[in-house]
Design a binder for this molecule. Structure first.
Ligand SMILES: Cc1cc2nc3c(=O)[nH]c(=O)nc-3n(C[C@H](O)[C@H](O)[C@H](O)COP(=O)(O)O)c2cc1C
Length: 359
């Protein structure tokens, strides 16, 4: 039975529903991917904060639970050198805020920010586990690595935050392009130079990218229910990628302070901030964002900005405070429901079909 008018993404990935569960580093896990895959969407495993061993463990678990296609997701930023002077200056900017919060700021910064970029070892891992889809954030890795990912049998996807980025991704061999509007939670996928302020929201970005490239487009940002999915399809997207609407899913064990912040959040709760990692990302406004950002010219380069905040964050969290925690979230946070992920997926698809049948 033909249900969805545009089946390009369904046949490209081998899925039943035009819903991709967004990879969400630090939040998404094997259980979430399994639940969405079983419901007919594309399950994704974010690998940016995992070791290769942890990722292998998660993929093994997913493969034993479902034969459905799987998306593995990676950051692919060009690593920037650690700038000790800039880190020290950033620590000095943070210090008075630590003092006024009554929290200690450790003088020694952690050695490694713990965010990995796609490299030779990850590529070898992919060749071994052969995921059906690989999605990248912050552009694409070197052409030689992309060629190896393709040779391993994966469809290749990446995010565009502008029409120029979409054209670049299409020209560099992406099989599908995520059009990421400014409503989206987490890091902007931006990889070409440009102004953050002039980036478009999903409603404006999707049709302009659809018109600019022949590659199928996946809409992302602010889509959290069937109305959003139907609207994205009407704009010419072939599927949607949904993150924030899964944040309260039963399969995710969110720290209670993060969960509480999401439950309290409304339409004006989030902002784009670079203070937690050095790259702009959408998060719920908290003390750190208010006092240090939202956008600071002093934040060290990605991903080092978070190092200076790490001890402060740990002390605050131990005291039950979210003052210095990155509370990643998109603008549709109040539409998120605390339900099993399969039910979230089926509800969004069912509501969208109802809306579309009324056309
Ligand atoms: C908590 C969180 C973490 C995210 N981490 C990643 C990630 O690791 N890789 C990635 O490609 N996108 C990441 N994103 C962006 C999502 O893939 C997706 O584009 C976005 O969530 C869509 O917008 P929405 O949140 O309004 O649904 C993240 C988003 C959130 C909310």
């Amino acid at each position: 039975m033909k249900t969805w008018r545009d089946e390009r993404i369904l046949s490209l990935f081998g899925i039943d529903l035009p819903i991709i569960q967004a990879p969400m580093a630090g939040v998404g896990n094997a259980q979430l991917a399994i639940a969405v895959a079983r419901a007919g969407g594309l399950g994704s495993l974010p690998c940016a904060l995992l070791s290769v061993d942890k990722a292998r463990e998660a993929v093994t678990l997913i493969r034993t639970q479902t034969a459905a296609p799987l998306n593995l997701n990676f950051f692919c930023h060009a690593p920037s050198p650690r700038d000790e002077q800039r880190l020290a200056a950033w620590s000095e900017i943070i210090r008075p805020h630590a003092v006024s919060a009554g929290l200690p700021l450790e003088p020694t910064l952690p050695a490694h920010p713990g965010i990995d970029t796609f490299n030779e070892s990850w590529c070898a891992f992919l060749e071994n586990v052969a995921p059906e889809v690989v999605s990248f954030h912050f552009g694409l890795p070197d052409a030689a690595l992309v060629a190896r990912v393709r040779a391993a049998g994966a469809k290749i996807v990446s995010s565009a935050t502008t029409v120029a980025e979409a054209r670049w991704l299409a020209a560099n061999g992406c099989d599908a392009i995520i059009a990421m509007g400014t409503e989206a939670g987490g890091h902007r996928g931006t990889f070409l130079p440009g102004e953050l302020d002039t980036q478009a929201g999903t409603l404006a970005l999707v049709p302009q990218i659809v018109d600019a490239v022949d590659t199928p487009v996946i809409a992302a940002g602010g889509i959290a229910d069937g109305r959003g999915l139907a609207a994205a399809l009407m704009l010419g997207a072939s599927a949607v990628q949904i993150g924030t609407a899964y944040l309260l899913a039963d399969e995710i064990a969110l720290p209670p302070i993060y969960r509480h912040a999401l439950e309290q959040a409304g339409d004006q709760s989030t902002v784009l901030t670079n203070i937690f990692t050095g790259r702009p990302a959408r998060a719920i406004v908290n003390r750190a964002v208010r006092e240090l950002g939202p956008l600071s010219a002093h934040a060290p380069q990605f991903p080092f900005a978070g190092l200076a905040l790490a001890s402060l964050r740990a002390h605050a969290e131990a005291a039950g405070s979210d003052d210095f925690t990155p509370l990643w979230s998109g603008q549709s946070v109040s539409l998120a429901r605390a339900l099993p992920a399969a039910e979230i997926t089926r509800r969004i698809a069912g509501q969208a079909l109802d809306v579309l049948r009324q056309q």
